[in-house]
Design a protein around this ligand. Structure first.
Ligand code: SKM
Length: 278
């Protein structure tokens, strides 16, 4: 049995052990997967990781607040980890080096494409927020050739600067909340702010919605988030998805990096959601 784990602080809430157990059952892979708290008052991230490696773990997922520490610790980085400036997947390689990747963005893109059956191709995309979560999805999203991307954020400057970091033919713009271009509405709207955690809405106009918009919240809960409810109230025909599929999607990609097998996600999303309602 090869050992894997997710590390973070707090970590007790993590659904990763359940998700990876379901993947292991589905694919017949012989692995174990635990949630491990790193007490950053007691130890450094670096030391904690060295200790886990010593104890025979093959790889780790890394969550809040250690994704930047993991980025700095890795000896070798994927291009998407470099552009995200964050690492959520570590691989302890046989030659002694540590490989760092970031699967959050692919998790989101695959969830929308595979489970939501929506392509990004030629779509006008609106992203709400310009923080770490959004930075993490930019490269995989741009790789899907959307028609344009607009990033809106409390501070316009941060949105503009994030947009300018990518060399691409795709037009990327940035603004504050009140300057979002609203003429046509957006095909895909992704909430990457943490407003939903506090039951709040990002301050955007319902004019950004269209009847066939796909509205995605990177947060998830048992019930649709306030943002998804808001979208449905204004446009009953729009499609809503929450971030549980992104969570399962990033896990699937990490599983594939470690095991070379790509698990199916929809049945696992359904199972985890069912557990949440118990
Ligand atoms: O990026 C993921 C991470 O790999 C695992 C996780 C969790 O277990 O809650 C959340 C995200 O940060």
């Amino acid at each position: 049995t090869d050992k894997y784990a997710v590390v973070g602080n707090p970590i007790a809430h993590s659904k990763s052990p359940m998700i990876h157990r379901l993947f292991a059952e589905q694919t017949g892979q012989d692995i174990s997967y635990e949630a491990i708290l790193i007490d950053n008052e007691e130890t450094t991230f670096q030391w904690a990781i060295a200790d886990l490696r010593q104890r025979g773990y093959k790889g780790l997922n890394v969550t809040v607040p250690f994704k930047l520490d993991a980025f700095e610790l890795a000896n070798e980085l994927s291009s998407r980890a470099q552009s995200a400036h964050a690492v959520n997947t570590l691989v302890f390689q046989d030659n002694g080096t540590i490989y760092g990747d970031n699967t959050d963005g692919v998790g989101l893109v695959n969830d929308i494409q595979i489970n939501g059956e929506r392509s990004f191709k030629d779509q006008r995309v609106l992203i709400l927020g310009a923080g770490g979560a959004v930075q993490g999805i930019m490269e995989p999203l741009l790789a899907q050739a959307p028609k344009s991307v607009h990033i809106a954020n409390r501070t316009a400057k941060r949105a503009e600067v994030l947009g300018q970091r990518f060399t691409t033919e795709i037009p990327i713009s940035g603004s504050g909340w009140d300057e979002i271009p609203l003429d046509e509405g957006y095909d895909i709207i992704i909430n990457g702010t943490s407003a939903s955690l506090d039951g709040k809405l990002p301050p955007v106009s319902p004019q950004c919605l269209k009847d066939n918009s796909l509205v995605y919240d990177m947060m998830y809960a048992q019930e649709p988030t306030v943002f998804l409810k808001w979208a449905k109230e204004h446009r009953p025909d729009c499609t809503i998805m929450d971030g549980l599929g992104m969570l399962v999607g990033q896990a699937a990609e990490s599983f594939n990096i470690w095991r070379g097998v790509q698990p199916q996600t929809q049945n696992v999303i359904d199972e985890v959601r069912q557990q949440m309602s118990k």
